[in-house]
Design a protein around this ligand. Structure first.
Ligand SMILES: NC(=O)c1ccc[n+]([C@@H]2O[C@H](COP(=O)([O-])OP(=O)(O)OC[C@H]3O[C@@H](n4cnc5c(N)ncnc54)[C@H](O)[C@@H]3O)[C@@H](O)[C@H]2O)c1
Length: 465
């Protein structure tokens, strides 16, 4: 087996540990000089003009929960100004003016936003089934895009988004903001340095137990065909008569949402791929069921996914297990944990907790080797007296005070890339690599199939098995 960089670098982590080099970086603060430079770096470079008033002028398309959160964060990045909002529900347009001022313009028609020359970029935070169409149209109008995750609603839609970005040479960032976090950055460094040895397994979990957590959102009292642009909402999917429940609780229906895997697994894929440098799994299996929230929804409220990651130049082969449980009596929690031959780490956006076993199998230990060689080798010497129960070494890395968080950094990264014609951390190629296995979970679950995926060429390779 060829040596992956994870394996090679393990030695350097151990060597550094012995020399005390790593010890120095084990203080519970993870802001590196590079991070600091990135956070403090001025945004507006001399001589660069964007819009009439030298702002990066943006519009929001889809002004619900996440669109509002995205916009509130985006406008804290110096130089970004919100000038217009588009939504299909009049109540949200009225709220937008209350939140962001009467001088922003509002419309139900995203095409009106795309026609405006004074808008440089758009945030797309509509339900999933509109991501591809609006992203492609926006980029074809020369706008840069920040599109919420999952990048696409269906596995077949990824290439069109990538092609539109390539053709128009604009910037597109996908919104799994966690991968811009200091926590993800630190985990990437620790894995590369061999802190958990050789990666063999990762797991992620989302637990919830509340109506809103399980997507039973309130339906506004004034919801009607007059206040909602229903015909537009269903214009690119199955046509149905007006249905306020489908409109406001869109996540529960397959025409608009992508189930728990598209909604939540995708965040874990994004972070995992960022930390490991992986392009994705080649085998995808999902199971689960609708156990509790039987409100007419079409998607499961418990889902388990299992994924095989093949060995690549940058990581060894490993397995991934993901779970979502919306009927979890323990309440809400979520995590991403990575396990290696010498320890494990839990990865949060502003914290990484590293556990290293004081006792681990060293492949190069001559005793272990002789023990493994049946009969012929030296006998294993068992020293019972020196045995004791030892706790794993636990090291917590926490973000320093003043850290603005992953969401800010993700928008900062986007805005910098637009201004400097640079690259973003989660471009459409990355976004598709993360969305694809999440979407294939639905194909596996609904069709009762194991899905084979080619993560290098981004192709489903066996849809019949
Ligand atoms: N990154 C994250 O952490 C995160 C968190 C939550 C949601 N999201 C993503 O954000 C997106 C929106 O989710 P949400 O929870 O905000 O949903 P939401 O229902 O609160 O908001 C969606 C809004 O889009 C509007 N809309 C629907 N179709 C439209 C269209 N064609 N044109 C313009 N507006 C349209 C709706 O009226 C609604 O106001 C989803 O893709 C979701 O996956 C991401």
């Amino acid at each position: 087996m060829s040596k992956t960089s994870n394996e090679n670098s393990r030695r350097s982590f151990i060597t550094n540990l012995t020399k005390g080099v790593v010890g120095a970086s084990m203080i519970p603060a993870i802001v590196t000089a590079k991070d600091r430079q990135r956070n403090l770096e001025g945004l507006i470079r001399e001589g660069q003009k964007f819009s009439a008033n030298d702002q990066l002028q943006i519009a929001l398309i889809g002004a619900g929960g996440m669109g509002t959160a995205d916009t509130n964060t985006a406008i804290t990045v110096p130089g970004i100004k919100l000038v217009a909002v588009c939504d299909l529900y009049d109540g949200r347009l009225a709220d937008a003016k209350k939140k962001w001022g009467n001088d922003i313009s509002t419309t139900r028609d995203y095409k009106q936003i795309l026609e405006r020359k004074d808008i440089d970029a758009v945030i797309i935070a509509t339900p999933d089934h509109w991501h591809k169409d609006i992203s492609v149209a926006a980029m074809n109008s020369g706008k840069s895009v920040y599109c919420e995750k999952p990048m696409v609603h269906d596995i077949t839609e990824g290439p069109a988004v990538i092609a539109a970005r390539d053709k128009n040479k604009v910037v597109m960032q996908v919104g799994s903001q966690g991968l811009s976090s200091l926590g993800n950055e630190k985990a990437k460094q620790l894995l590369k340095d061999g802190a958990i040895g050789k990666l063999n397994y990762a797991e992620g979990f989302w637990a919830r137990m509340s109506p809103t957590g399980a997507w039973q959102y309130p339906i506004p009292a004034d919801a009607s065909p007059q206040t909602v642009g229903w015909d537009t909402f269903v214009a690119n999917t199955n046509k149905r008569p007006f249905d306020a429940t489908r409109f406001f609780r869109w996540r529960n229906y397959r025409d608009y949402g992508t189930g728990v895997s598209g909604d939540l697994f995708v965040h874990l894929f994004s972070s995992l791929h960022f930390v490991t440098g992986s392009l994705g799994p080649n085998k995808i299996m999902a199971t689960g069921g609708l156990r509790y929230w039987k409100d007419g929804r079409e998607v499961p409220d418990v889902m388990l996914g299992m994924f095989d990651y093949p060995e690549t130049q940058v990581h060894p082969a490993f397995n991934l297990s993901l779970r979502v449980n919306f009927v979890d009596g323990t309440g809400g929690t979520n995590y991403l944990r990575m396990v290696g031959s010498e320890g494990s780490m839990t990865v949060e956006w502003d914290k990484v907790t590293l556990y290293r076993n004081s006792e681990h199998i060293d492949e190069n230990d001559p005793l272990a080797k002789s023990n493994a060689a049946a009969n012929g080798g030296k006998e294993y010497v068992y020293d019972r007296k020196s045995m004791s129960l030892v706790p794993p070494e636990k090291t917590e890395y926490a973000a320093a005070a003043g850290y603005k968080g992953a969401h800010f950094d993700h928008f900062y990264n986007w805005s910098n890339a637009i201004r400097n014609k640079g690259t973003v951390v989660e471009d459409p190629v990355f976004g598709y690599h993360a969305a694809a296995p999440a979407l294939l979970c639905n194909d596996s679950y609904f069709n009762n199939k194991i899905m084979q995926w080619d993560p290098v060429n981004l192709k489903v390779i066996n849809n019949k098995a």
